[in-house]
Design a protein around this ligand. Structure first.
Ligand SMILES: Nc1nc2c(ncn2[C@@H]2O[C@H](COP(=O)(O)OP(=O)(O)OP(=O)(O)O)[C@@H](O)[C@H]2O)c(=O)[nH]1
Ligand SMILES: [Mg+2]
Length: 414
């Protein structure tokens, strides 16, 4: 499968990681730790890390030609089979580098697309990944094509086999994109039917969101006694899983969903392709924003999650921030109280709880917090929606009428 691995999935490809610091205002991770994790998750092994500094990307090689020569030496020294860049390469840069270095060259976006491709399980997940890949590919073809056209235009010849082939590829890709969009539209309709059914019986919907590897699936498993796939990999989860969450003294149905994680510089084509999956989060009554409390980059990771939530229209949904993995904190780093509040980048203040999904510490308090929120009156938006969609929802309930909300139970489709 892998574009990087010459022999299908056998031994991991030995990869050299490259990050370039363009100074202020550009995202740069000097450690390249996340890129290494991405590479590992894609089945590669990082054999060397290279960090360079430049004012602006070089048009031909992204890095300067001196650095490119250095990379070539490193490739030989480490017998590397691939070079992976932390930032996005243009198609021309990628081609030039491959020619210069003599090995496969990829960037962060390609790596993420590759991981998503390998993880996709459900019909919908596979469609979404294919859509993202084709969109990515089509922009590359377009750019390459216009580049060729310009070149040919200069010497007065138009047409030619290469150009015709690219035009044909483009058209085929365009048609396939259209077909997938149509299929996804169908899936979306089914989803909204299921959603309406849940709304009718007044299920309180909770989505776990957060940076990839924060521990969402592990938390999901401990909260609902499930066995969703959790692993020390980026993007272990792609498909949304929903289960009923049983809470003490709560008769109202509560549904908990585990979903795909976010990451810095998530390719836009992926966000667009995963719109339906991400929509689950936007439509929830409550978001549990899971944060890896032991991560040195947690502030940046939280900002990124908030950014994506805004982008998918979930920025206003009620939120509880869950600092997970507190078992990994040193005695000195541990919070003295396991519940307080935290200010989101938007300035909104929300409750924060500290837990360990692995040891179970703090989970009882988390359940209690969720239960309190679930018996409160639903937010105005969901009431309006219900009023239109289902007569059973009845008149708007106030807090005193919480009893009225305790109708029906959500039955998991899983
Ligand atoms: N020590 C410790 N490790 C944890 C805890 N929660 C999760 N982990 C570990 O963190 C890693 C990632 O956990 P997942 O539950 O797969 O994370 P996720 O957020 O679902 O990740 P993606 O699905 O990849 O986005 C796994 O190796 C878990 O065992 C915790 O409370 N303590
Ligand atoms: Mg997961």
């Amino acid at each position: 499968m892998s574009a990087l691995r010459p022999h299908d999935g056998d031994a991991p490809a030995r990869a050299i990681l490259v990050g370039v610091d363009f100074g202020r205002g550009s995202s740069f991770d000097a450690s390249l730790d996340e890129l290494a994790l991405l590479a590992e998750s894609a089945g590669d092994v990082a054999v060397a890390r290279v960090v360079a500094r430049r004012k602006a990307p070089d048009a031909a090689f992204f890095v300067g030609s001196g650095k490119a020569d250095e990379l070539k030496e490193l490739v030989q020294l480490h017998q590397a089979e691939a070079v992976i860049f932390d930032q996005t390469l243009s198609p021309a840069q990628q081609r030039n580098l491959e020619r210069h270095l003599g090995v496969a060259v990829a960037d962060r976006t390609m790596l993420i697309l590759e991981i998503f491709g390998e993880r996709a399980q459900s019909h919908e997940g596979k469609l979404q990944v294919e859509l993202a890949r084709l969109q990515y590919l089509s922009t590359r073809l377009v750019r390459r094509w216009s580049h060729l056209e310009r070149q040919r235009g200069g010497i007065g010849t138009r047409g030619g086999p290469g150009e015709a082939q690219i035009e044909l590829d483009r058209r085929m890709i365009g048609e396939r994109i259209k077909a997938i969009r149509k299929q996804l539209e169908k899936v979306k309709k089914q989803r909204s039917t299921q959603r309406r059914a849940r709304e009718r019986n007044q299920t309180f919907r909770i989505s776990l969101v957060g940076y990839t590897n924060a521990g969402k699936s592990t938390l999901f498993n401990s909260l609902v006694n499930a066995e969703a796939y959790a692993a020390d990999q980026l993007f272990a989860t792609l498909d949304t899983t929903t289960r009923q969450l049983h809470l003490e003294n709560i008769e109202r149905g509560v549904a908990l969903s585990d979903t795909v994680g976010f990451i810095r510089d998530l390719p836009h084509s992926l966000i667009e392709a995963f719109q339906a999956t991400l929509q689950e989060a936007a439509d929830a009554d409550l978001l549990l924003h899971v944060v890896d409390a032991a991560s040195p980059d947690l502030a940046e990771q939280m900002r990124e999650v908030e950014r994506v939530l805004d982008e998918i229209g979930a920025g206003e949904v009620e939120q509880v921030v869950v600092f997970n993995k507190i078992d990994r904190l040193d005695e000195t780093e541990r919070p003295r109280v396991l519940a307080d509040s935290i200010e989101l980048p938007s300035g909104r203040r929300v409750p924060r709880l500290f837990v360990s999904a692995v040891s179970g510490e703090g989970l009882a308090a988390l359940r209690e917090c969720v239960a309190t929120l679930a018996v409160r009156e639903p937010r105005a938006g969901s009431l309006n929606r219900d009023a239109g969609a289902s007569p059973e929802a009845g008149p708007a309930a106030s807090g005193d009428e919480a009893e009225d909300l305790r109708v029906g139970t959500y039955h998991s489709h899983a």
